[in-house]
Design a protein around this ligand. Structure first.
Ligand SMILES: Nc1nc2c(c(=O)[nH]1)N[C@H]1C(S)=C(S)[C@@H](COP(=O)(O)O)O[C@H]1N2
Ligand SMILES: [Mo]
Length: 512
């Protein structure tokens, strides 16, 4: 266990010098995420929510501890074999790191350096633990029995303490180094003054937020905005060093844009509700923010891109992030006049690091995994026939417009309100189509039309409320929405894979 601790500490220290993402736990965790079957990913999201990454890392640490003990037992019999076992783990970490989508050969260093140091530490410590009987037969037990207590206890304790102290020191130093390296990124975010948009978002209508207790607020604060991504280490980029390349099929003028280039363009501000395809019916992975950025269509036009409807050869735009995520979006959707953004502002501040600083995509009407690339660095024009993006390779659909959905926020499931008039309230969304009607029913009875909050725009969700004359007893509430194309949310229940869950959200309450 001590040698294992040394391995991790030294590896994290080395990763601080190489790059944080190359640390063994992040690398192995990332590799597991890349290879996890959709059912496992779904299970993790359902049971651990946004803590799924923490659970994964704790799982890796637990497994490491078990293997460390097994290797320790081996080392007591065969010192060299034990050390070799440690090296095998180093190789696993190194292969995982180099094999990540944006992995480089140097990413092998943290795991290898950690393993080499730990192999040496284990060899030394195991030596101290060798029964003294073997070192000097004279010290054996009285009846020729080896005396297991007679190892070099003092020498072991000294060596072990020294190893732990040195590793802890290296680990702490690594932390410091990482934050020093990332200070530039943090400063570039703090120093960023958001420009005044050339086209501001209209004020949110007064009646868009019904202000009902328990109902999600119309604007989701950055702090409470859901986060879904595969990054175990949040990329921290320096806006000054950021570049965006635009290239590929039908790009007659390839571009490389800096952050300053973006700021000099026409800047727009829009309210857009972002939703995750992994959101179960009634789930929390949806939020609404005010974004500031440039029109992605403007950038594409400048690069000479034409949408397929005007004869362009590319129907898919593949956005690539610094951490190797790839996200494929229909070129037609981005260029059809909707406010698809390269966004750098979120609710009045620069994008938080976890939400993609310095620049991410946001496209109204499409689930995040086919539109909302965070930490974006590259846009390649291609076709859906030629390329499958990250989640498409993992059995999700190539194309995924947001489905018309609604959610009951209050009363909460299994609440026990008093009989009388109870406000049943929630949100409904059908981004880029808009919400026309929301209905609620009790115990499978007739549908009642809910009162809709004022509409901000058709790219945002909409609050609703229905005053329920509740009688005592157990009741089931259900909700369904109808979008502005006249399509009513289906009651047919399907899961999130491959292109988003459907069904009516229902809540059971016990009215007293
Ligand atoms: N680089 C990167 N961008 C990404 C992802 C990711 O894993 N990596 N996840 C996508 C998914 S599935 C969703 S739903 C949205 C979530 O954005 P948020 O975390 O800002 O809410 O980001 C998208 N952009
Ligand atoms: Mo998502």
């Amino acid at each position: 266990m001590i040698a294992g601790f040394c391995a991790l500490a030294v590896a994290e220290f080395t990763a601080a010098v190489v790059r944080p993402e190359a640390g063994p736990v992040a690398a192995v965790g990332g590799a597991v995420i890349d290879r996890a079957p959709p059912a496992l990913k779904d299970f993790a999201v359902r049971n651990f929510g946004t803590n799924d990454k923490l659970v994964l890392q704790l799982g890796i640490l637990t497994l490491l501890a078990v293997f460390a003990m097994a290797i320790g037992v081996l080392a007591l019999r065969h010192r060299l074999l034990g050390s070799a076992g440690v090296l095998v783990f180093g190789v696993v970490g190194a292969v995982a790191a180099v094999g990540r989508p944006e992995g480089r050969v140097s990413d092998a260093l943290p795991s290898m350096v950690g393993a080499v140091v730990a192999a040496g530490v284990l060899y030394l410590l195991a030596g101290r633990l060798a029964p003294a009987s073997r070192a000097s037969p004279a010290a054996g037990g009285r009846d020729g029995e080896p005396d297991h207590g007679a190892f070099d206890r003092r020498g072991f304790v000294i060596a072990a303490s020294a190893a732990v102290a040195a590793s802890a020191g290296a680990g702490l130093l690594g932390r410091h180094l990482t934050s020093a390296v990332q200070a530039g990124a943090a400063a570039s975010r703090e120093d960023l003054v958001l420009p005044v948009p050339d086209s501001v978002a209209p004020a949110v209508p007064a009646g868009a937020d019904l202000g009902i207790p328990g109902l999600s607020s119309f604007v989701t604060s950055n702090k409470s905005f859901y986060r879904v991504d595969t990054a175990l280490v949040v990329p921290r980029l320096d806006a000054g060093e950021w570049r965006l390349r635009v290239h590929g099929k039908g790009v007659s003028r390839p571009l490389t844009l800096t952050f300053q280039d973006l700021m000099r363009r026409e800047i727009i501000e829009r309210d857009i509700t972002l939703a995750c395809v992994s959101n179960e019916v009634g789930g929390p992975y949806i939020g609404n923010a005010r974004w500031i950025g440039v029109r992605l269509a403007d950038v594409l036009r400048e690069a000479g891109v034409k949408p397929p409807s005007r004869g362009g050869p590319a129907d898919q735009l593949v956005a690539r992030s610094v951490d190797g995520m790839t996200i494929g979006t229909p070129v037609e959707a981005v260029m059809d006049g909707r406010d698809a953004l390269l966004a750098f502002g979120m609710n009045g501040e620069p994008l938080p690091f976890a939400h993609g600083f310095p620049v991410r995509m946001v496209v109204p009407g499409l689930y995040g995994y086919v539109s909302a690339c965070k930490w974006i660095k590259d846009i390649e024009l291609t076709t859906f026939d030629d390329y499958d993006a990250y989640w498409v390779k993992r059995s999700w659909s190539q194309q995924a417009p947001v489905k018309t959905e609604s959610r009951i926020d209050t009363p909460r499931p299994f609440a026990s309100p008093k009989a009388g008039v109870i406000p049943v309230a929630g949100v409904a969304w059908a981004q880029h189509r808009g919400i026309q009607r929301v209905e609620v029913r009790v115990d499978g009875g007739p549908w009642h039309t809910a009162r809709l909050a004022a509409e901000d725009n058709r790219d945002t969700w909409r609050q609703w409320v229905w005053e329920w004359p509740a009688t005592s007893g157990d009741h089931t509430l259900e909700v369904r929405a109808t979008d502005r194309t006249g399509t009513t949310q289906t009651g047919h229940r399907v899961g999130t894979v491959p292109d988003g869950a459907t069904g009516w959200h229902s809540v059971v309450v016990d009215v007293s």
